[in-house]
Design a protein around this ligand. Structure first.
Ligand SMILES: [Zn+2]
Length: 320
């Protein structure tokens, strides 16, 4: 079976982006960067990616092919692979990639209305994580969760796949790489898939609800949610930031008997925590702690230790 790895392994980006230029071994070819007004050759092209030392643009093989051909790598991933194959490689009988078979009842049924993305796209981003993995581990995430969730990196941004509870890929969230830029949006998504989704909705399925006695922690962001998930704490979140929780999400919480709303300790976070707790009813309570201990779950765990967070969740300590 031929997948994107078979295709990209037969392509050398140096031959595509700098045809006719000679190179040796793994050495990069340097050319004038087409993405900024370059005065010296700032774009270093390696066999599998290119990086500009002037404007910090980074492209992988398939991203470059997508960009050259006006395709969107996220929504047209399979077309990009097929085009790369037909144009540059010529492997035969490229099969369409099978989706992971749904094996659990889907908690977030409203998300079935959207056609899932090809999960190969998430794998592709995960394959490009490389040394950027340290950013995720620095936030307390384990390698096991980084690998199982297929967290990745693409085009100067961290990638966070959004799965439904049947492991179908609903969308991709991008998180700015602060070492590249600290201006502009911190998070963004895929065109046409920018509405809010529940994140880590598998936590709301019967299996996880049973293991956790109906307890779930509702976090303000994807990374806080994953931080708890790494500790075996049942946690869920949603995309698009603090104000994005929709009433349509409430039915997905039908099996939860205790919902702890653990939002950032700031005005926006606490105001929203109250609005959502009202929506969820008596089962919901707001988890809070003194702001000096940490502004969000990740911060709190870093500053006070994860046991402090666990005790807060179990009600053994009062954070105020
Ligand atoms: Zn450049």
């Amino acid at each position: 079976m031929i997948g994107y790895r078979d295709v990209v392994s037969k392509i050398d980006l140096r031959e595509l982006m700098a045809p006719g230029k000679s190179f040796r071994g793994n050495n990069p070819v340097k050319i004038m960067c087409p993405w900024h007004n370059d005065t010296t050759p700032s774009l270093a092209i390696y066999h599998d990616h290119a990086y500009c030392y002037g404007c910090y643009k980074r492209v992988s093989i398939l991203e470059w092919i997508a960009e050259e051909n006006g395709l969107d790598i996220a929504s047209d991933f399979r077309s990009v692979v097929e085009l790369a194959n037909s144009k540059y490689v010529g492997l035969i009988s490229l099969p369409s990639s099978p989706l992971r078979t749904p094996n659990s009842r889907i908690a977030d049924e409203q998300d079935l209305s959207i056609k899932p993305l090809d999960i190969s796209f998430a794998k592709y981003c995960h394959d490009h994580l490389g040394e950027k993995r340290a950013w995720f581990t620095g936030r307390g995430l384990t390698d096991q969760v980084i690998d199982s969730e297929l967290l990745g990196y693409l085009n100067n941004a961290f990638t966070i796949p959004v799965w439904n509870s049947a492991w179908q890929l609903l969308t991709m969230r991008y998180r700015r790489d602060d070492t590249i830029t600290q201006t502009g949006s911190k998070y963004w998504g895929i065109k046409t898939r920018n509405r809010a989704f529940l994140y880590n909705s598998k936590a709301l399925t019967r299996d996880y609800m049973r293991i956790n006695n109906g307890l779930v922690v509702l976090c303000e962001g994807e990374l806080d949610c994953l931080r708890l998930w790494c500790e075996g704490i049942n946690s869920v979140s949603f995309t698009n930031g603090v104000g994005a929780f929709r009433p349509e999400f409430v039915p997905s919480f039908s099996l939860a008997s205790r919902i702890l709303v653990a939002f950032d300790i700031d005005n926006a976070g606490q105001k929203e925590a109250h609005r959502i707790a009202d929506m969820l009813g008596d089962r919901a309570s707001i988890m809070t702690w003194d702001a000096s201990l940490g502004k969000d779950i990740t911060d709190l765990a870093n500053n006070q230790g994860i046991d402090y967070v666990k005790n807060l969740i179990s009600g053994e300590v009062n954070g105020i």
